[in-house]
Design a protein around this ligand. Structure first.
Ligand code: NA7
Length: 549
């Protein structure tokens, strides 16, 4: 095992340090757990994970709202690094919900004895780079100070709840909740008048379940959204057997695919397929359900006319399902191409609007003016409510990073370095912030990919990089400015080659957060392509990075 490379004298000068580690990892979700395993058990480093929650799980620890489910299919929403783990774990449903994913992550944490190196209930307040000592000095809200040569943020892309600043919320006499901070004991909606703001992936999952028990549910829709039936259900023993017998094959497909899913996009153009055949293929995809719908044709995300065929198919489905024509018209009045925003998948979302106890309010036409003690007032009515559910999303990709006070060389804050948007190299590192790595940061495929696939690639790349540094006696790594500029250009070019930027209000662009720079954040060039770019950079002696002793 290599020795720890840090300036012991600098540490001794600082009596306030509560612990020194080779690496500190922030977050104990999918990323942090695997990063801990790789650095500790593969490289033999001393590692501590700091986690704000009192358990593992990240996103799934917090998002326990009604109807919450993963929209990746369970057999690919898992780690692949351990064959034994893959063999012994069995998913029960096509899309797992938080309880099953939390059971899985706890199983992983226990199986690999990870919890002994995770400090729960620890909120990282700041992380400052000490150039003299070549150390990161990390402080928690509890006043602890820790140091490490390497700092790895594994904070997730969707972890900072966006609670809109709507006038009067503090006067509301009922209860309100954000879906991403859901009470673990659950919320009893029975007999209650519930207002739900937001119709993204989360709102579309939550509304049908809330409507089952609420006295009345009012859905406040700002932007109408596409959705395709998820077709969730228990996995058959035959499918479970197939998964066990084909683990390697499934993993290879997820790695070869654009979005990290266990299927490849069909090599078939929607525009070149005759209309009747295209309609039949869409019908088939609708029956199969889930994100596979998007994979039916190769040109849906690159050609607006091709996309229009999918968009119109879904709009027609909405009009067929929803009985009240005025409600159907509001739901089908969608202003962006299909899948240019994250495409939701649902269980009975549109059907929910046929219930007597559900109302849709179009807040584009009649905006919310304020929250009153009794409920929500729009420009033309007041809706009395007992509970408000904010399904209003997150300060995505950069929110959780910028909420910590991260400062690099010369005290430069990450917030300042990213004032015009998240400039970095490969989504992994930022110049001026040596030895700081981000798992699935902005500029990486992350949220455009099945997350565990993106996470494993990032964690393994970071691990190999740190191993390389230790083998060669290198103490610092950071990208050079030209590499960052070139990567930012590549991220923009990849997005502009698709229809993704056409959704002007998407959180991919930061458009959901007032004042946030409008920059397309995830890398849209495909996970498989990105994997190759990262591997080539490493093979060319970490081209674009500065490594020093
Ligand atoms: P999203 O996709 O950001 O959706 C948030 C929803 O909340 C969306 O309908 C927004 O409307 C709406 N919203 C946000 N702010 C407001 C305000 N101020 N007033 C009214 N409506 C508002 O978040 P989700 O949690 O659904 O999904 C996040 C990701 O989790 C998803 O992409 C998957 O990757 C998993 P808008 O569209 O901005 O008009």
């Amino acid at each position: 095992m290599a020795t720890t490379s840090f300036d012991k004298k600098a540490l001794e000068r600082d009596a306030r340090v509560d612990g020194h580690f080779d690496a500190l990892v922030i977050g104990a979700g999918f990323s942090g757990l695997y990063q801990l395993y790789c650095l500790r058990d593969r490289l033999g480093l001393s590692v501590k994970v700091l986690e704000v929650a009192d358990g593992v799980g990240g996103t799934w620890y917090w998002n326990r709202y009604p109807g919450a489910r993963c929209d990746s299919e369970s057999h690919s929403y898992c780690y692949t690094f351990s064959e034994e783990l893959s063999r012994e774990w069995e998913w029960s449903e096509r899309y797992p919900g938080p309880p099953e994913i939390l059971r899985y992550l706890n199983h992983v944490a226990d199986r690999f004895d990870l919890k002994r190196d995770i400090q729960f209930n620890s909120h990282v307040k700041s992380a400052h780079y000490d150039e003299t000592a070549n150390l990161w000095r990390v402080a928690t809200n509890a006043g602890e100070q820790m140091t490490a040569q390497f700092l790895i943020t594994a904070v997730g892309c969707l972890s900072s709840a966006n609670i809109p600043n709507i006038r009067g919320l503090d006067t509301f006499e009922g209860r309100w909740y954000h879906t991403g901070q859901w009470p673990h004991e659950g919320v009893d909606f029975s007999g209650k008048r519930v207002g739900q703001i937001g119709t993204g992936s989360t709102g579309i999952q939550a509304a049908p379940v809330i409507a089952e028990t609420a006295a009345h549910l009012t859905v406040f829709q700002r932007t109408a959204n596409y959705s395709v039936p998820a077709r969730n259900g228990p996995l058959t023993p035959a499918f479970q057997r197939y998964v066990k017998e084909n683990t390697a094959e499934i993993r290879n497909v997820t790695r070869a695919s654009v979005n990290g899913h266990p299927w490849l996009i069909e090599d078939r153009s929607a525009l070149e397929t005759p209309p009747a055949e295209r309609q039949a293929l869409y019908e088939k995809a609708w029956e199969i359900g889930g994100l596979r719908f998007r994979a039916m044709f190769s040109d849906l995300l690159v050609d607006k006319k091709a996309n229009d065929t999918a968009a119109e198919f879904i709009r027609n489905k909405i009009r067929e399902i929803v009985k009240d024509p005025a409600t159907a018209a509001k739901l089908a009045d969608i202003d962006h191409p299909y899948a240019a925003k994250r495409p939701p998948i649902d269980t009975d979302y549109f059907e929910t609007f046929n219930r007597d106890n559900v109302t849709l309010v179009d807040i584009r036409a009649t905006p919310i003016e304020r929250i009153t003690p009794r409920g929500i007032r729009t420009s033309d009515a007041e809706y009395p409510l007992d509970i408000i559910v904010f399904a209003t999303g997150f300060d995505g990709m950069t929110g959780s990073l910028l909420r910590m006070d991260i400062r690099g060389r010369g005290g430069l804050s990450l917030a300042k370095a990213w004032a015009a948007g998240p400039r970095n190299y490969l989504g992994l590192q930022v110049a001026g912030f040596p030895n700081l790595f981000m798992v699935t940061g902005p500029g990486s495929p992350s949220v455009l990919c099945n997350m565990p696939v993106a996470i494993e690639q990032h964690v393994e790349w970071i691990t190999d990089c740190i191993a390389h540094m230790r083998q060669h006696g290198l103490k610092r790594i950071e990208p050079n400015d030209e590499a960052m500029d070139s990567w930012v250009e590549q991220v923009n070019a990849a997005a502009n080659a698709t229809l993704l930027p056409d959704a002007k209000h998407s959180w991919y662009l930061g458009a959901n957060i007032p004042g946030k720079p409008r920059v397309f954040m995830p890398y849209a060039g495909g996970m498989a392509h990105y994997r190759k770019i990262c591997a080539d950079v490493a093979a060319r002696d970490y081209e674009g990075f500065k490594l020093s002793t």
